[in-house]
Design a protein around this ligand. Sequence first.
Ligand code: GDP
Ligand code: MN
Length: 410
Amino acid sequence: MDIHEYQAKELLANFGVPVPRGNVVYTPDQAVYCAREIGGTRWVIKAQIHSGGRGLAGGVRICADEHEVHAAAADLLGRTLVTKQTGPQGKLVQRLYIEAAVPIARELYIGLVLDRGSERVCVVATAEGGMEIEEIAASRPESLMRVTIEPAVGMQAFQARDLCFGLGLNAAQVPDATRAILGAYRAFRDLDATMVEINPLAVTADGRVLALDAKMQFDDNALFRRPNVRELRDYTEEDPREAEASKYGLNYVGLDGEIGCIVNGAGLAMATMDIIKLAGAEPANFLDVGGGASPERVAAAFRLVLADPRVKVVLVNIFAGINRCDWIAQGVVQATRDQQITVPIVARLAGTNVEEGRRILNDSGLAIITADSLADAARKAVDALHRITRGGNAPVATTPRPVVTVGAAR
Ligand code: GDP
Ligand code: MN
């Protein structure tokens, strides 16, 4: 899960990371009001979207009076920002963060990530902050410093000081920067983050150290025990299909193809996508309905998959271990009837209660195409797709449809 910069700054400030005074605002008038409240003579207005690279895309504005604050806020709100990370469709700016602008002397980079190789939290730092870390890593990898944290003892002050000296900070700045790095580490650990990035960690012209930008990502699987983090989720920043899926506990990732997939088990879902490609088509999604899928969950899965207008065929692939094929079959039949599904459905069931599952599909009177194996299912799904896209008599029927049972019902 991603959160906004202003949310990350608030969390980090609770762990002692120094940040400028700031406020989130939703209208230009609020921006002016907050600028007055913050005080000073210069402010930064920043678009709050789940993306980096906002500075280069015009999403960070420095303002020198209230008139400029109002104008910058009015200009940014409702604008779609296209950054290096958003893709060409960009992201809509719905809220802004306004904070006291500080005169910057140096921009440093601090990042905390989980290093899967060493199975440790790794703190990365470079004096060449402000830029994208990927560019620094590619162009000047020798400028990156790395510290690996021993989980039994956590990050030690000497490790943070080592990084500070490596960053060229002076004796007056090291205590503040050490506090910022150790605070970022504790926030990472205590909030089940998977990434914390402070870029830039600025040294100001008057020698202070401040986090001017902050980004945090969290482990979705730990959100159940971090309710105060979970409530920071902003569904409007997510793929609407994926947001809807998470409400039903379905693991869904939207893709660009035409064959919708309803599968149980992440591994089987991956294999299903592979074999669709092998058979000559593209999957529309990854979807793992999980074990113990009730008819309601299957119905939700169908609604989700079919909400994508690109989907021309649905492939249901269930290997029932924890699941039961008869439940899935009931779900498929119920969803087909209730939702008046008109796209061809190919179903491959295997495992617990498979005979019962097949009988339910066959007796339903619906045009559900059954398949014996994964390869068979993919082939039939792609054939059905080609019948539609290349013309001919596609099995697109209105309910109730004639029974077209392909494959042996054993
Ligand atoms: P990003 O482009 O999405 O990573 O957004 P940042 O928050 O990192 O802002 C981009 C750049 O704007 C920073 O690298 C700074 O150079 C500049 N910036 C951000 N906040 C301030 C500030 O308070 N004062 C000044 N002078 N510049 C700032
Ligand atoms: Mn940044």
